[in-house]
Design a protein around this ligand. Sequence first.
Ligand code: HMG
Ligand code: MG
Length: 302
Amino acid sequence: MTSDVVKLVEVGPRDGLQNESRRVPVAVRVNLIERLIAAGLRNLEVGAFVSPRWVPQMEGSDEVMRSLLPLPGVSYCALVPNEKGLEAALGCGCPEIAVFAAASEAFSQRNINCSIAQSLARFEPVLMRARHAGIPVRGYVSCVLGCPLGGDVALTDVVRVSTSLYEMGCYEISLGDTTGVGTPEKTKALVRACASEIPLASLAGHFHDTYGMAIANLYAALDCGVRVFDSSVSGLGGCPYAPGATGNVATEDVAYLLHRLGVRTGIDLDALVHAGTYIDKALGRLTASRTARAINARSDRG
Ligand code: HMG
Ligand code: MG
């Protein structure tokens, strides 16, 4: 695996902060993003143009976007649920967006107040307008390994929704284990099923760590050939519409694993741990990253 390069998409400033009960000011969000870039992250999801009534933590995403300097090789992305969100994204010069659907009807209703079919219909004009504006669109599918409201989710449903987004023009499909209920064997079956319809290079893994399986699931997906993973510094976050779900797999833990496998990530692990400590202090929380804890304990001793 030494010659491989893995792309990490840092979702802490969005998926992480959207679920923290303490809201952080725009300046802190921007500072966090700048620290993550300094630590070597190049793909960052920095906000969401969703209703502030539904997710108040993401209010001010336009200000965040306007505050970020365009940097060579760095890509900023934000969530967009509909045309109103797209207009907000275009209005502040957002260079990339992500639409988000679910493989579970119940979750789709809870998360974006419409059925899966309605959500896909809403995304059609969003993708068309984004294409005209020259903006790449990523696609998320939630509940790919289970739903917090409806239980098991059929792989055929995951493949159907993922394929619809891909055929609509999403360049990458991020498969979201929203509540972290997946296991490595199920992850492998998921990747194989999706890769039968979508090129493996266009699939990404998005694992939450509720049952401590996120890093194992990521490794299983890596073993199947997936080379793009979403992660969140310090394991921030969860999902506002999936009670009890914890944050994403911690970026520090993913970087540690990949570096030990000889995979290049471009990440400076110590700088990343510092970025995590910065946001943990702002939120008044402790890190969920085992790697960060180990590195901090080492420097405390030293
Ligand atoms: P709705 O209430 O059905 O929308 O919400 P509506 O079209 O009926 O409009 C109602 C009001 O919302 C109107 O305002 C609209 O203008 C406004 P009013 O006239 O009452 O003053 N509105 C908006 N405001 C700001 N931005 C917008 C927007 N659209 C309408 N884009 C809506 C539908 C989709 C907006 C709502 O359900 C929503 O914002 N949901 C967001 C849910 C969310 O952000 N969830 C978390 C992200 S998904 C996730 O975390 C999973 C993921 O990480 C992968 C994984 O782990 O699985 C991606
Ligand atoms: Mg998520």
